[in-house]
Design a protein around this ligand. Sequence first.
Ligand SMILES: [Zn+2]
Ligand SMILES: [Zn+2]
Length: 101
Amino acid sequence: MRERKDSFGGFWVLWLHVLALPVTFVLGAAKLVRTLRGYQLASRSSLDCPHCGYSNPMNVLASCEGCGVTEFGSRLFCTSCRAFGRGFDCGKCRATIKVFP
Ligand SMILES: [Zn+2]
Ligand SMILES: [Zn+2]
């Protein structure tokens, strides 16, 4: 078994990463903005459903899908297993409201 190092191929992979950097940066920035907007929405006391307009309270008795703990608090965060929910179902029309991307 001989190890063969293909330094030329490695160079092109590196070069492609350099070329992709601006794209990665823009996509990362867009995701960061959406995540920050999600935090802003999650910190509000209620969230209006974009489908039916029902005002869903954020601070409710909710069950964690991960560990099964039911507690009062933000419906998007479990204090037991520290799981983060990306969204929840509307209390009126049951449509999923996405908070985090
Ligand atoms: Zn949990
Ligand atoms: Zn709704």
